[in-house]
Design a protein around this ligand. Structure first.
Ligand SMILES: *Cc1c(COP(=O)(O)O)cnc(C)c1O
Length: 395
């Protein structure tokens, strides 16, 4: 039986979250409320709404840079799913990874970032944060509670991502969060891989949870968006910095985010079934040396996955056997007909690309022979046949 989210089991909650027929005039969905100006009845109501807003009342609608009714519905749903005190959405996944960082860093601070971090987030720390006098240090994703040795008197932030979406190392998130807390260091995590359904970092002591909603939440390769959900302690600062930096997702995008949540568990279940079939087949291929999927019992991250996660998703990596040349891998990629050659993941369609990512601490020599597959909602027999003919094309 599934865990409860609020009063109901997860699947029921996913159908009900964020709905409020008063706000949507009886319609099932709150439509995308697009707009800049909000009109007030009187000077008095303008003053009253402004005051409510200053107190953090998200239903005090005042202007298009603040959340509107559609945002509120989606934020309520995300707060419930991630056990958060507040959520904000941004117009790309990357914006959600970087905007909250400004709330917890200043000139002279030291920050610890996982070496397996999403590559554009890494570039942000290296190229933007470093320029503003923040010392950026990358840590081994497998570090666990030894992170304590890296904490200094000026450390203000630890940024995690588990598993990494190219190399798939699982991190001991509860252990890192506990140590950070003891040293008064804020923790952020990019939780995109887990989705809000399979791992809830705030329950494990993390302060700020990011989702590239571009991936599974929206789920149809038609939206760029992120969500950031915070605990009580960090929400006021993230709320404030998001407004100061003028960051906000559009009403249409949050509408699609809320719609995506309705079917998220069903899509995940189907994708995991397909992924399992594909991996069971790949496991016996001579061309493949190693499979990287935390839900796979032979994966080094499996014990942590089993302990902390409620389920898997369809993104995994595999390493071609030693001696496989770049040219051979290119022949494989060019031969694929169903698996698309393109960035992103979490949609309905399967994708396959070369793995990439800069590493400075936890080197991955096999990265040059690694590819990243995303299994979508196609029939797994067709996916397997596609991989089979692409392996033939390498010969
Ligand atoms: C894709 C992705 C992002 C960024 O999302 P965009 O919408 O592409 O900017 C951030 N983190 C992870 C783990 C991702 O996979």
């Amino acid at each position: 039986m599934s865990e409860k989210v609020g009063n109901y089991h997860e699947k029921t909650s996913l159908i009900r979250l964020g709905r409020n027929t008063k706000r949507s005039f009886g319609y099932v969905n709150v439509p995308p409320f697009e707009g800049s100006t909000v009109l007030y009845d009187s000077v008095e109501s303008m003053k009253e709404i402004n005051e409510r807003q200053l107190k953090g009342d998200m239903s005090a609608f005042s202007y298009g840079t603040d959340p509107g009714p559609t945002h509120l519905a989606f934020y309520e749903a995300m707060n419930k799913l991630e056990s958060g005190a507040g959520t904000w959405a941004y117009s790309t996944g990357l914006a959600g990874c970087v905007v909250p960082v400004f709330a917890f860093t200043k000139n002279g601070d030291h920050v610890l970032i996982t070496d397996s971090v999403y590559n554009p987030t890494r570039s942000f720390f290296e190229e933007v944060m470093a320029k503003y006098g923040i010392e950026v240090q990358f840590y081994d994703p497998l570090i666990g509670s030894d992170i304590e040795k890296l904490i200094r008197s000026n450390t203000t932030l630890i940024y995690m991502e588990s598993p990494g979406t190219h190399t798939f190392e699982m991190q001991d998130v509860p252990a890192i969060a506990e140590i950070a807390r003891a040293h008064n260091v804020v923790t952020m995590i990019d939780n995109t891989y887990a989705t809000p359904l399979n791992f809830n970092p705030i329950k494990h002591g993390v302060d700020v949870v990011i989702h590239a909603a571009t991936k599974y939440i929206c789920g149809h390769a038609d939206v760029l968006m992120s969500t950031v959900t915070c605990n009580e302690k960090t929400w006021p600062a993230v709320h404030k910095i998001s407004k100061l930096l003028g960051q906000k997702a559009s009403a249409r995008d949050v509408y699609l985010g809320l719609r995506g949540l309705r079917t998220l568990r069903l899509r995940l279940d189907a994708v995991v079934k397909n992924t399992t079939a594909v991996i069971n087949w790949l496991e016996n291929r001579d061309e493949v040396e190693q499979i990287l999927w935390p839900a796979y019992p032979k994966d080094p991250g499996y014990p942590l996955f089993k302990r902390d996660f409620k389920g898997a998703s369809g993104l995994f990596g595999f390493v071609f056997k030693e001696g496989t040349t770049d040219k051979k891998i290119d022949l494989f990629l060019n031969a694929l007909k169903i698996f698309g050659l393109g960035y992103s993941w979490g949609g309905f369609e399967s994708l396959l690309i070369r793995s990439y990512g800069k590493r400075t601490i936890n080197q991955k020599p096999e990265l040059s022979r690694m590819v990243r597959a995303y299994v979508g909602l196609e029939d797994p027999e067709d996916l397997i046949a596609d991989l089979d003919q692409a392996f033939q094309a390498m010969k």
